[in-house]
Design a protein around this ligand. Structure first.
Ligand SMILES: C[S@@+](CC[C@H](N)C(=O)[O-])C[C@H]1O[C@@H](n2cnc3c(N)ncnc32)[C@H](O)[C@@H]1O
Length: 239
């Protein structure tokens, strides 16, 4: 690859990041989530601004940017499970926006797993300050690597918005599947965006539930819910 084409790729990716951030800012202005509810979840944080950044985290796509609020609500509202019976986990919870929106639903517990200490602090401050409606009394931020997180026995709604690479997601999925085998239960995987679809390639217990949910914000945030089958299924539902 020539120096010119490398430079051009760098410029293209910067331009596409700028377009994406402009889209996010427009959605955030319209939703006024932060300004009306007393929190700060809007501003993206680049991987290199994260204290714990190292070669692995930089390769693992650890940029913080929030899911638009309406997309989160739509995904959670589509859950076939009774909120009162289960806990919600956001893998790569950042400043906590998905957790705050999840706390509007009567989950037993809302848990966010985030490896950046600074983002965890911001998320905890946001949980304290949040003036939105709350139906879940326990909202907990765990500062650790998602791959090392022990899945609670009652956790059954697992939220992912483009947090890390497929390799990390596959380890998280193995942890979820082991938990569901040792404490059999129905669980839901929620994938916002298409970045982790490849994690479900090959034999997998996860079956897509219904159609892909078209995001009310932008097709980039289209969402897929999956439920665990009782047998080994591929993602198109064939045994
Ligand atoms: C795209 S943001 C999603 C934020 C939030 N879930 C939301 O929807 O508003 C992804 C987050 O994942 C975090 N992250 C990346 N790799 C991680 C890992 N291995 N363990 C925990 N958090 C991670 C990043 O620091 C970043 O805050």
């Amino acid at each position: 690859m020539t120096q010119d084409s490398t430079r051009q790729r760098g410029l293209d990716s910067l331009a596409s990041k700028e377009r994406f951030d402009a889209l996010l800012a427009k959605i955030d202005d319209a939703e006024a989530f932060d300004t009306s509810l007393g929190v700060e979840t809007n501003r993206p944080v680049e991987p290199w601004e994260i204290e714990e950044a190292n070669d692995t985290t930089l390769l693992n796509n650890s940029r913080y940017s929030p899911t638009p609020v309406r997309t989160i609500r739509q995904a959670i509202a589509a859950s076939p499970l009774r909120y009162e019976d289960i806990s919600f986990v956001d893998f790569g919870s950042g400043k906590g926006r998905a957790m705050l929106v999840a706390s509007e639903f009567p989950f037993r517990k809302v848990i966010g797993v985030e490896f950046s200490r600074r983002l965890c602090e911001t998320a905890r401050e946001n949980v304290e300050r949040y003036r939105g409606p709350r139906k879940c009394g326990t909202v907990d931020v765990r500062c650790q690597d998602a791959a090392a997180f022990t899945i609670p026995d009652d956790a059954s709604f697992f939220y992912f918005y483009e947090p890390f690479t497929v390799a990390v997601a596959q380890q998280v999925l193995r942890n979820i599947e082991a938990s569901v085998r040792s404490h059999p239960r129905q669980a839901v995987l929620c994938l916002v965006g298409a970045g982790l679809l490849a994690a479900l390639d090959g034999p997998s217990p996860w079956i897509q539930l219904g159609e892909t949910l078209a995001s009310p914000d932008d097709p980039y945030f289209d969402t897929r819910l999956y439920v665990n089958g009782t047998q080994e299924h591929s993602t198109d539902g064939t045994a």
